[in-house]
Ligand binder design. Structure first.
Ligand SMILES: Nc1ncnc2c1ncn2[C@@H]1O[C@H](COP(=O)(O)OP(=O)(O)OP(=O)(O)O)[C@@H](O)[C@H]1O
Ligand SMILES: [Mg+2]
Length: 193
């Protein structure tokens, strides 16, 4: 199977599995991920964190965004551009989000441009699955492959997934950007080689 077809298949499998999770299980996972991430040293030290507002059945990030903002971290959130690239604007509390493209919630503050992700000290990325070498499978737009390519080599990039979504191996294409760590509800933060 070609990598692109394999990716499509794996993506569908994981997204279907998410739909079968009970709301209580999702909430517990989100709380656990929030608590894990809030004590990661790089996140505690970070002046700026590029994060995202979760959509649909993704692990919920609202609690994490709020906690980061409350403790004084500058939080950048993506806005999906028509070409699939990501622009970035600051999160200024729950009221600074509005419905955006394709079911997303976007920051209402002025956009700072796609390059603004380079100012982040830590980047949190959504994923449908991640493997132990850091290969990340997203929703298939390639947005995070473009965004992560602008992040410096020393910056901690973390994919946030449910337990079953950390897998041994995923298909990858040459443009796929790896992440440097993965956070799961039960496993906590795993730094990848
Ligand atoms: N650097 C890039 N510049 C332009 N287009 C790109 C780039 N990277 C990926 N793409 C486009 O995005 C498509 C989907 O990529 P891919 O399957 O890797 O998405 P994904 O990583 O699962 O999604 P996402 O990163 O948005 O969560 C690719 O087939 C390609 O057309
Ligand atoms: Mg990709």
């Amino acid at each position: 199977m070609r990598d692109i077809d394999a990716k499509r298949h794996v993506r569908r499998t994981h997204i279907s599995a998410r739909a079968t999770m009970e709301p209580a299980e999702r909430h517990a996972a989100a709380r656990s991920l929030r608590d894990t991430l809030l004590v990661v040293p790089e996140l505690e030290m970070a002046g700026t964190v590029a994060a995202y507002a979760s959509v649909g059945t993704e692990p919920e990030t609202r609690g994490l965004l709020f906690a980061l903002w409350k403790r004084g971290t500058y939080v950048l959130l993506p806005r999906l551009l028509p070409d699939g690239d990501l622009d970035w604007a600051s999160y200024e509390g729950p009221d600074s989000l509005a419905p955006g493209a394709r079911g997303t919630w976007e920051p209402t503050e002025p956009p700072r441009g796609p390059a603004a992700i380079a100012s982040a000290d830590v980047v949190l990325a959504p994923a449908v699955a991640v493997d132990r070498s850091g290969t990340r499978l997203g929703r298939g737009g390639g947005s995070y492959d473009r965004a992560l390519a602008r992040v410096g080599p020393a910056i901690l990039t973390i994919a946030v997934v449910y337990d079953d979504e950390l897998v041994d191996s995923l298909p990858a294409e040459p443009h796929d950007e790896r992440v440097r760590a993965v956070a799961t509800p039960t496993g906590g933060l795993l730094r990848l080689p």
